[in-house]
Design a protein around this ligand. Structure first.
Ligand SMILES: *[C@@H]1O[C@H](CO)[C@@H](O)[C@H](O)[C@H]1NC(C)=O
Ligand SMILES: *[C@@H]1O[C@H](CO)[C@@H](O)[C@H](O)[C@H]1NC(C)=O
Ligand SMILES: *[C@@H]1O[C@H](CO)[C@@H](O)[C@H](O)[C@H]1NC(C)=O
Ligand SMILES: *[C@@H]1O[C@H](CO)[C@@H](O)[C@H](O)[C@H]1NC(C)=O
Ligand SMILES: *[C@@H]1O[C@H](CO)[C@@H](O)[C@H](O)[C@H]1NC(C)=O
Ligand SMILES: *[C@@H]1O[C@H](CO)[C@@H](O)[C@H](O)[C@H]1NC(C)=O
Ligand SMILES: *[C@@H]1O[C@H](CO)[C@@H](O)[C@H](O)[C@H]1NC(C)=O
Ligand SMILES: *[C@@H]1O[C@H](CO)[C@@H](O)[C@H](O)[C@H]1NC(C)=O
Length: 432
């Protein structure tokens, strides 16, 4: 067993604090070789023929790691070398604690009051980035390391403990780090859900030349530093990312790769995380530079909107303060970023203070997006079937129990793993 207390302590767990920190072991012979360590082998490949040219890049790959402070990551050798190859974003911020709301925010434009790592689901009339991408025929997928099969819906999954062979299977996969499966608009759509894929299918898609234009990559609970430490994650990047950087099937023409972290380690100070953009799309004269523009995870949405002229979600992706577009992309697309001084920067280390449909302590229903909003892509707000535009934020009743938010301490106060609206009861041994 890799590190049992990791599950108990949820997102604050650090294997580094254990007496014997594990040493990285490769799950496979290489990032493009399928392996039994991932449980299921690939049985299909994507088949997207169309490539939609973007203004600053034609492919974007997000790689999210876990729970590390900016200073810790930026002073670790592999990350230092990545910073030299790309643009280090020195003022990139997570939006809350703990993990899952950050992942939801990065694809949904809001975390909807979530303050736990529960088995949330978001109804199918609520839009996410996939709607924006498909609206302009931009291909997409998410690749989840150690997810036992494509389309997997469960809360967690164990697989062979290849780091400590001979011990019990380890819960390498957790749904809380798989943002798109949380949206019914993806998970309940038989065509879309095929694009929630395993790492063996990542290998398959790359080898077959069908890696899509937008990908969200989640390494497993050991490789993303969640149950380990930054050195372990660094060794993973050395094994997995570095060879792909020189592979034209991944980092071909016009490719942008964002490496970042879901959140900073502790909640008591601002929530700044390491973020670097690299890849062939980064202009040569900007490689090895830093950019101190105020960004958040919502910038991941606004940047693709600007790049491909997408519609918006009409949520925090259209809040100018919260969603500056990565500068070199803003320059190429003519989008004007706003300056957010340190004094103006919102506190993003807060948790369990926002009412919302994923907060059973202070519940309010899902609201329609702001139809008048204009995002970085310039287009209108995309509406999903079944969305009632009359249910504006202003029209909804106030949260049932706002006072609850005042009596609680941050993030772990109410794990919400088994009950609550928009929360599916978690079943099985891996439930917290
Ligand atoms: C599984 O991982 C272990 C540890 O790194 C490695 O020795 C083994 O070769 C891997 N198995 C496969 C099928 O790649
Ligand atoms: C094939 O893929 C489907 C989902 O696309 C998955 O449910 C199934 O387990 C996979 N089969 C194998 C043998 O990997
Ligand atoms: C994808 O590539 C693999 C390895 O080259 C090959 O075995 C497989 O048949 C291909 N899949 C499809 C659907 O073409
Ligand atoms: C958030 O960070 C601010 C500024 O560093 C700090 O004053 C505040 O106490 C933090 N809030 C929490 C809930 O930790
Ligand atoms: C979190 O981020 C803040 C702001 O960048 C930084 O000063 C702090 O060292 C980080 N780490 C912790 C443990 O708060
Ligand atoms: C935009 O973001 C700022 C900073 O977090 C916040 O104060 C403001 O309420 C947001 N505006 C809207 C319309 O959500
Ligand atoms: C979304 O759909 C659900 C289920 O049909 C419905 O109850 C809810 O009012 C809808 N919400 C919005 C904002 O349209
Ligand atoms: C929560 O606390 C703040 C500050 O103490 C207070 O102003 C506010 O009225 C409280 N809200 C509720 C709903 O109790």
């Amino acid at each position: 067993m890799l590190f049992p207390t990791a599950l108990i302590l949820a997102s604050s767990a650090r294997l580094a604090s254990a007496a014997t920190a594990p040493v990285f072991a490769p799950p496979s012979k290489g990032p493009l070789v399928q392996t039994a360590n991932y449980t299921s082998f690939s049985n299909n490949t994507l088949n997207d023929k169309k490539v939609v040219k973007g203004k600053a890049f034609s492919r974007i790959i997000y790689v999210w790691l876990e729970n590390t402070d900016f200073e810790t990551a930026s002073s670790t050798p592999i990350f230092e070398s990545l910073s030299e190859q790309g643009i280090l974003l020195t003022n990139y911020n997570s939006v809350t604690h703990p993990s899952e709301p950050n992942y939801i925010a990065s694809v949904g434009g809001d975390f909807f009051g979530a303050h736990g790592d529960s088995m949330y689901h978001i109804p199918s009339n609520i839009s996410c980035v996939v709607d924006l991408l498909e609206d302009k025929d931009v291909s997409w997928a998410t690749y989840q390391e150690s997810m036992p099969s494509d389309e997997f819906y469960g809360f967690a999954a164990t697989s062979p403990d290849y780091i400590f062979p001979g011990t019990a299977p380890y819960p390498f996969y957790m749904r809380k780090h798989n943002p798109l499966i949380i949206f019914d608009a993806v998970s309940q759509d038989p065509e879309r859900v095929k694009r929630v894929r395993t790492f063996n299918d990542f290998a398959n898609d790359v080898v077959n030349g069908t890696l899509p234009q937008w990908s969200f990559v989640t390494p497993n609970m050991a490789n993303d530093a969640h149950d380990t430490d930054i050195d372990f994650a660094a060794s993973f990047l050395e094994y997995w990312l570095l060879p792909l950087l020189t592979d034209p099937r991944v980092n071909g023409e016009d490719t942008l790769i964002l490496i970042t972290f879901d959140e900073n380690e502790t909640a008591t100070i601002q929530n700044r995380v390491y973020a670097v953009v690299l890849g062939t799309a980064v202009p040569v004269n900007l490689r090895g530079t830093t950019d101190d523009t105020f960004y958040t995870h919502y910038s991941e949405l606004s940047t693709v909107q600007a790049n491909w002229g997408l519609k918006s979600l009409g949520r925090q992706d259209t809040n100018a303060t919260m969603s500056n577009v990565f500068s070199f992309v803003a320059q190429k697309t003519g989008y004007k970023n706003v300056h957010v001084s340190a004094a103006q920067a919102p506190q993003l280390n807060l948790s369990a203070v926002a009412p919302g449909p994923l907060n059973s302590d202070a519940y309010i229903p899902f609201a329609a997006p702001n139809l008048k909003a204009r995002g970085a892509g310039g287009g209108s707000v995309l509406l999903r079937p079944g969305l009632d535009t009359k249910l504006t934020a202003a029209s909804l009743p106030p949260a049932v129990n706002l006072a609850a938010l005042n009596t609680t301490t941050p993030w772990q106060m109410s794990p919400e793993t088994t009950s609550g609206k928009n929360i599916i009861p978690c079943a099985g041994a891996a439930c917290p």
